[in-house]
Structure formats: structure tokens, C-alpha cells
Design a protein around this ligand. Structure first.
Ligand code: PMP
Length: 356
């Protein structure tokens, strides 16, 4: 009988919550609810058959992204979403018997890709209030540690990790690849990109899926020291990013105003939503992203189901007790969410007690 690799047997299938057609306000995937720059759409409409007939050249896009980021083109690799960058790093640096350290709760795909390489996963729980457990991470480093992932700001907590903590981890594990996942950088503004080249084991992943509203296009970038990036280039497909995505990228990078406006709008509606959730007695963590982690507590399942019945999907986070993750949309969308949530809460047998 045909059998997949041993390491695959432990991997659970990823069930994206996207399917239900009755949902008309999707706040569970941290996507942009308003979409990309109109300039990107215009550009895509102007594409012709000839450009689609050719294999995509990645180099021009890499040059543009490098200029945008203030690094050299040989320090960047465009990827099919940040997901591919994470996968490539795991493939390049992990092997059976090696170890990867991740801080949980966090983004699910690190484990999936690491498991595919047969690596041992060391999960370090976040500290009080989901703070970054810097000393525990450093203490966990040993001669088998080949990779450490720091998601900054972290998904699903939304919290930022202090720069000094990140530096300490990078310095404590010079023989491990440090993946700093900056998927939500556009909302937080915090980055270690200035350390690329200076810290040879540092890699940064970014994505155009969030602030740029291009999750459906699949475009990400991995940034690192040139020798390491050239190793990754050897194993990446030469045509991993497609022509449509490259055209979108070029136009998206040229329209900086669009992203700045979107980020400002998200931060304002996030602030509003957080205050409203507090008013309803729900605890939230201070987020630097386009989502909020919120504790619904014991009635979580009932609330999630009732909201779904009203067309709104939030993300259940069973890895954070009683919590859900809410993508930030427009002010109007957030007002609709609060209105529906108030109705749902008022029909609960008891008013939620805030758990601090
Ligand atoms: N990293 C983090 C922390 C994310 O939240 C996501 C998407 N949810 C990704 C990476 C993957 O992004 P992409 O769509 O570019 O593959």
C-alpha cells in the first residue's frame, strides 16, 4: 500500500474556515476587508496574453522590493506568500534529530513545515499576559537547535516583542536560523531589517497578504544574508511567484499612500473596537496588528455560533483559553460586529464577567 513519509502521519489537515456561503463579514483570516489599491486592479486589467504566455522573471520584482526595503537584491527572495518562505527555511535548515523552538500560541504553519522535515518541535509557552519568554527561549537553546521562530507582532496575541529580546535570542543561538516573522510589520512599524547582514543567522519574512490586501495573489518576501539567501534560491522553484503577482507587486509598491491610509484606518477602528469590547466586559490584549485577541470566556462557543448565524465569522483560538481572534475591518464593519455582539450577549443566561 502506498504510504506517505512517517513524519506526515502526525500532521493534521489544515481546515480553513473560509467555506460557508452564509458568511458575509469574514473576520477570521486577518485579510483586508477593503481590498488592494485600485492602481493594482487597473494594472491587472491591462495585462495581455503575451505576458501571461511567458515564464515569470523574478529579478525585476526583487530589485524593486530590495530598493523599497533598503537592502540589496541579493538579500531578498520573493516567495509565494510568506508561507513559502517559512517552508523553504525549514527545508534548508532542519533535518531529523534537529530542533526548532517556537513560542506558543502562534501561527500554525511553523509546526507543519517543521514536522515535514522530521524535526523535534520545542514549544515554549508565552509568559504572563502572553509576554515573550526570552529567558526560557535562551535556556532551551542547545547544540541541536537549528531554528527559532519569533513572530513579531505575534499572531494570535497581537503583541509586539521587544527589540532587545529578539537581539538576545539571535546572539544566544548563532548556529540556528532565526526566523523573524514580520507579517504584520505594516501595522506595528517595528523591524530588525537594519540588522540584515550584521546578524548572519537572521531571516525576516514579510507578506503582501495583510496591509496590501493581496492575500489572493500570494506574494511574500524573505530577507537574509546574501550567502544564506543564495542557498534558498537553489531550492526554490525559479518560477515560484507568478506573472500576475509580480505585476501586482510592482504597482502596490508604487502606491505607498494607499497602504498608509489603510493602516491608519485599521488602527483607528481597532482602537474603537477595543473600547467597545471593554465596555461589554470582554478582555483584549493590546494589539499592534490588524486583529485583536479577545476573551469571550465560558460562553465563547455560543457567541461564535450565534454570530455565524448572523453572517459574521471570528476565529476561535482554542490555544488561548476562552479566546477568539477578531480581524479589524472598517469602522462600519466594526459597528455592525458590536451591534450583533450586544444582541447575542443580551440573550445569554448570564452577563460575561471579565477575566483579567
Ligand atoms: N505569518 C503570519 C504570522 C501570518 O499570520 C500569516 C498569514 N495569516 C502568514 C505568515 C502567511 O502569510 P501569507 O499569506 O503571505 O502566506
Amino acid at each position: 500500500m502506498l504510504k506517505a513519509r512517517m513524519c506526515m502521519r502526525e500532521i493534521r489537515e489544515y481546515h480553513s474556515p473560509l467555506s460557508a456561503p452564509t458568511i458575509n463579514l469574514r473576520l477570521d483570516m486577518n485579510e483586508s476587508t477593503t481590498g488592494c489599491s485600485p492602481r493594482v486592479l487597473d494594472r491587472l486589467r491591462r495585462m495581455d496574453a503575451r505576458s501571461l504566455a511567458l515564464y515569470p522573471p523574478r529579478e525585476n520584482g526583487e530589485q524593486l522590493v530590495a530598493e523599497f526595503l533598503g537592502v540589496n537584491a541579493n538579500q531578498v527572495l520573493l516567495t509565494n506568500g510568506a508561507d513559502e518562505g517559512i517552508d523553504l527555511l525549514c527545508r534548508a535548515y532542519l533535518e531529523p534529530e534537529s530542533e526548532i523552538i517556537i513560542i506558543v500560541p502562534t501561527f500554525a504553519m511553523y509546526e507543519v513545515f517543521a514536522q515535514m522535515e522530521g524535526a523535534k518541535i520545542l514549544r515554549i509557552p508565552t509568559g504572563p499576559e502572553h509576554s515573550f519568554p526570552v529567558q526560557k527561549v535562551i535556556d532551551a537553546v542547545n547544540s541541536r537547535t537549528r531554528m527559532i521562530v519569533i513572530c513579531n507582532p505575534n499572531n494570535p496575541t497581537g503583541l509586539a516583542v521587544e527589540r532587545s529580546c529578539i537581539s538576545r535570542v539571535i546572539e544566544a543561538a548563532p548556529d540556528a536560523a532565526i526566523l523573524l516573522d514580520e507579517a504584520y510589520f505594516d501595522f506595528s512599524g517595528d523591524t530588525m531589517i537594519d540588522q540584515i547582514g550584521a546578524m548572519p543567522n537572521l531571516f525576516i519574512a514579510r507578506t503582501f497578504s495583510k496591509a496590501y490586501g493581496l492575500a489572493g495573489i500570494r506574494m511574500g518576501v524573505l530577507i537574509g544574508e546574501k550567502e544564506q539567501i543564495s542557498i534558498l534560491r537553489r531550492i526554490a522553484s525559479p518560477f515560484n511567484v507568478n506573472t500576475v503577482a509580480l505585476a501586482a507587486l510592482e504597482e502596490a509598491l508604487a502606491d505607498r499612500q494607499f497602504v498608509a491610509g489603510y493602516v491608519a484606518q485599521v488602527c483607528a477602528s481597532r482602537e474603537w473596537l477595543q473600547n467597545e469590547l471593554h465596555r461589554l466586559n470582554f478582555k483584549c490584549w493590546p494589539s499592534r496588528t490588524n486583529f485583536l485577541l479577545c476573551r469571550f470566556g465560558e460562553p465563547k462557543k455560543t457567541i461564535l455560533e450565534a454570530l455565524r448565524a448572523r453572517g459574521i465569522s471570528l476565529r476561535d483560538r482554542p490555544d488561548c483559553e476562552g479566546c477568539v481572534r477578531i480581524t479589524i475591518g472598517t469602522q462600519e464593519e466594526m459597528e455592525r460586529l458590536i451591534k450583533e455582539l450586544e444582541l447575542v450577549v443580551s440573550s445569554l443566561p448570564s452577563v460575561p464577567q471579565v477575566v483579567r
